[in-house]
Design a protein around this ligand. Structure first.
Ligand code: F6P
Length: 344
């Protein structure tokens, strides 16, 4: 019997998801002779049995498109008593032999647990946050960095014209990769990240010194998860998602008010938000997502389950999903030290 493989995309969307889906479908059908099915809206589709066949025509013309043609959600099957049973039942009804889960820490965390239930899963790492252990890059990150870089370039000229401080709040829940890499690329004058809680007076000193030395404008990049020493992260809502994450956001506003009050310099804030996740993927993300998709379907062809495809030393290699699930990948502090050379 022809192998039937299900693909799902879970968690926050990111540019490159469609490129990965296209790669899996194209190689899965034409080289391996499989039947490929799209599971709609992440793990929710396996709980509700919302699964549809994906053929070559379905993945035509999607390489450059943002979002995901099969939808996504932050559904956690372990939040339902019968979640795992429902997944098994719906896989059986649809005759799915195995699943390729494309996701971040939450979606792939579920995949890592399902292996112990005897479910055959292969993981593909995506997230703009680039915070997955075991891989140098997740796809989506490069596109988000280029959006941040462009935003900083645009904010620089207006900050300079008005002699202002501009605070740019970027995404990145518990890891400051987007802020650090985007900030270095855009020439930020200060970058604040979750990994290193900051002292507000120290921040203002750096800005004051810069302005006193004749450069009377500043660009501060702050991760949504950055926080002042001995304080909690700022949240935009007390509501938590099914994986227990609070909705972060608001640090940019708090910070800009404090900077203006302490330094006396006129300060504005820009929150980049979901623009970082939308639209066309960069060439790098399209190629990385394609390589991951091909590697994932090839693992299935070799009957190798329980792995996530990862970028290691420039090559795509399988690493155990359990290794990915053992924690998150925080910012490389050597890279942050490079960013600090340009502070002030
Ligand atoms: O996990 C990716 C991410 O973009 C985080 O950087 C951010 O905190 C979160 O998703 C936002 O989630 P939502 O789309 O649910 O607002």
């Amino acid at each position: 019997m022809v192998k039937r493989i299900g693909i799902l995309t879970g968690g926050g969307d990111c540019p490159g998801l469609n490129a990965a889906i296209r790669a899996i479908v194209r190689k899965g059908i034409s080289i391996h002779g499989y039947e490929i099915f799209g599971i709609l809206n992440g793990w929710a589709g396996l709980l509700d049995g919302k699964i549809k066949p994906l053929g070559r025509d379905d993945v035509s013309g999607i390489l450059h498109k943002g979002g995901t043609i099969i939808g996504t959600s932050r559904t956690n099957p372990y939040k339902r008593d019968d979640g795992v049973d429902k997944i098994k039942e719906n896989m059986k009804i649809s005759n799915l032999e195995s699943i390729i889960a494309i996701g971040g820490e939450d979606t792939l965390g579920v995949a890592a647990k399902l292996i112990d239930e005897g479910i055959k899963v292969v993981g593909v790492p995506k997230t703009i946050d680039n915070d997955l252990k075991g891989t140098q890059y997740t796809f989506g990150f490069d596109t988000a960095v280029s959006i941040i870089t462009e935003a900083i370039d645009r904010l620089h000229s207006t900050a300079e014209a008005h002699h202002r401080v501009i605070v740019l709040e970027v995404m990145g829940r518990h890891a400051g990769w987007l802020a650090v890499v985007g900030g270095i690329a855009g020439g930020a004058d200060l970058i604040l990240i979750p990994e290193e809680p900051f002292d507000i007076n120290g921040v203002c000193e750096v800005i004051k010194r810069r302005h006193q030395s004749g450069r009377d404008f500043s660009l501060v990049v702050v991760s949504e998860g950055a926080k002042e020493k001995e304080m909690n992260e700022i949240t935009s809502s007390k509501r938590k998602d099914e994986f227990g994450h609070e909705m972060l956001g608001g640090i940019g506003n708090v910070l800009s008010k404090k900077i203006e009050k302490i330094t006396g310099f006129e300060t504005r804030v820009t929150v980049l938000g979901h623009t970082q996740r939308g639209g066309t993927p960069t060439a790098f993300d399209r190629v990385l997502a394609t390589r991951y998709g091909i590697a994932a379907i090839d693992l299935i062809a070799k009957d190798q389950y329980g792995f996530m495809v990862a970028l290691v030393g420039g090559e795509i290699k399988p690493i155990p999903l359990k290794e990915m699930a053992s924690g998150i990948k925080t910012v490389d502090m050597e890279l942050y030290e490079i960013a600090k050379v340009f502070f002030g």
